[in-house]
Every structure is written in structure tokens, then in C-alpha cells.
Design a protein around this ligand. Sequence first.
Ligand code: PLP
Length: 368
Amino acid sequence: MHRVWAEIDTAAVRHNLAAIRQRVGDTRVMAVLKANAYGHGAVEMAKLLAEESIDAIGVGDSGEALELRDAGISTPILIVGGIIPGEMPRVVANDIEVNLHTSQMAEDLNAEAEKQQRRVRVHLKVDTGMGRLGMQPFEAVPFLHNLRRLRNLELVGLCTHFSLPYERNPSFTTRQIEHFNLAVEVAERLGYRDLTLHCSSSLAVFGRDDAYFNMVRTGIALWGLLPGDRHGFEDQLKPALELKSRILFLKDVPEGTPIGYSRTYYTPAPACIATLPVGYNDGYRTTLSNRAEVLLHGVRCPVVGRVSMDYTTVDVSMVPDAAVGDEITLIGKDGDERITLSEIAGWGEAIPYEILCGLGRRVARVYS
Ligand SMILES: *Cc1c(COP(=O)(O)O)cnc(C)c1O
């Protein structure tokens, strides 16, 4: 029995993958499993997606890549951002693909691969407007020219990342696509063939069918969500994660009782206050204090007072038969009510991604 747990609906993840595949057709799909698969459990999700013949897996760093290799995952793995020089030995030794951003990085990685007598599969990341990682399209010409010299590197892909695919005016994304196409042309003219071309994250999968190229990189859509405002595609996806806890302690208090650190809440009337064993250490942020709601017996109950490290207090006066041990839904559905991740993100002044990634280590993951 758990104090706080995430219920992960594996059928929903399979459903979401099918919805993504239905949209992109023959385009390959990379599942982005960084940040412990956005809190869903990277190893479990990688195994499930391998069963579904996922084409590739994306991770955030070499530690995340190794965790999957150690669990026996043999699917191609790409570190979707960048690596630091200290990560090169294990990247080379474990057959992990990386993005290159500079010539120096290519030289260093080639030297390490030569030392280990191995070949490394690399992708070139082009910055087409994100302004974060990747080289400018014009730098790709000398870079790709030089790369042919580096015998222990094999260029297998070319990629970019979109900054705001959901902006109202989509011309910026169109320009990013055009710049990417320039880099593709350069690579082809230099004789590179069969490159995996990939740009789109989840939102572009559902919003930009002109940007699939031959692979898409999906994270959040696998978990049943899309970022930003409603887009009209949400109905094709199923949220895969619910966050639950139980009432640990219950007490009736008189009007005017201060609740929690710093007395940020006083009961305006006699109340029944439930204490839940979940707090900011579990990712239930302090910004949810005096704002969020939870579900008990299908009824919305407000969080009152400050969320602390291990505990959260809730006014359950509107549920007269509340009892110690009763299940609480922090994210998800109970009866006719549902608390969505977007709702939590709104109350918590965060984005849904942050809430998922922030789920703590002691939140048990329960798969169904
Ligand atoms: C995280 C990430 C993705 C996946 O983004 P979603 O919005 O979750 O689909 C794709 N590409 C890169 C480079 C990323 O860092």
C-alpha cells in the first residue's frame, strides 16, 4: 500500500502511439523518454514501446541512455540535446547516437571512437530559429565537408527543433522548415544519403503535417497531452497518468483555526481538515497552496494552508463520510469529476511538463 502513487494506464500510452502513427503515416516515430519518460518511468515505457516496435528513443543525457541499455533496451537511442565531453566514453561504448553542434565536438568524439575502435552514429543539429543548440545552416557546409574525414563517425541524421509551432501566425515555423531544407540540400549535394530527417515534436505532429520529414520526435503526446491552449486534437489522446494519495489524518476544527506553516489560512467556519501524505518532495508544489483542489468521493475539495515537504491539508467538510484511508485523486478522474494536468499546472503556475517531470522519487509508479 502506497502513501502517494501515480497510476499509469499502459493501454492509454499504446492508444496515443496509435493516434500519432495514424497522423504521421509511414513517418518513423521516436519516443522521447527523457526525464524518466516525463515521470512515467523510462524503463517501463521503453519496454512497452519496444513491444510496439517504436523506431527510436530519445533521451536527455548519457545517464538516461545507459539506464535503458542496462535494462536491455536495444532500440536505437539518441541524446536529443547535446553532450558534454565527459559523456563521450560511455556514449561510444554503449552505441548511443548523439547530435553534433560544433566541429570541435566532432573531432573529439571521433578521437574517442578511434580509441575504442568503434563507430558512432551522429546527427547534425541545425539551429533554424530556436536559438538554443545546433549550428547555423550556413555553417553546415564546411562542417559536413570536413565530417567525411572523420572515419569513426557515421552521419545518420539531420535535425532541428521548433520554437513555437503553436503560435497563431505560423510563418516562423515555415521559415524554420525552409532553413532546415537548405541544410538538407547541402548534405545531399555532399553525397550523404539515407539520412533520418527529424524536426517535429508533439505539437507539430498535430499541427504541422508539412514538417514530418521521415521521423517525428514525440514526448508529451505519448502521455496524452498537448502543450498550450486547446487545439482540437486532445480528444484523440488519452491522459495516461493519475496521481493518487490517501487521507492519513482527519480532524474537526472550530472556526478561526490556523492551518499550516505561517498561518496562511484560517478556517472561516467549523471545518473538517484532512492531512494527505503528499508534499513538494513529491512534486506537489508550494504554489498549489490555497489554490488547488483534490477529489474525494468524486467531490472537489480545496487545498487549504501551505503545502509542506511531506504533507498537504485539505478541507473535506463537504464530504461528511470522509474517513482515514480514503483515496484522494490529485490528478485524474473520480466519479464525474476530473482534475486535469493543465488545471494543476494553472494553479501551480507551471507548465504540464514541469508537473510531470517534478513527480518525486518516492511517488510509486503503478502500471495497469
Ligand atoms: C523534449 C523534446 C522533444 C519532445 O517534445 P514534446 O513536446 O514532449 O513532444 C522533441 N525534441 C527535442 C529536441 C526535445 O528536447
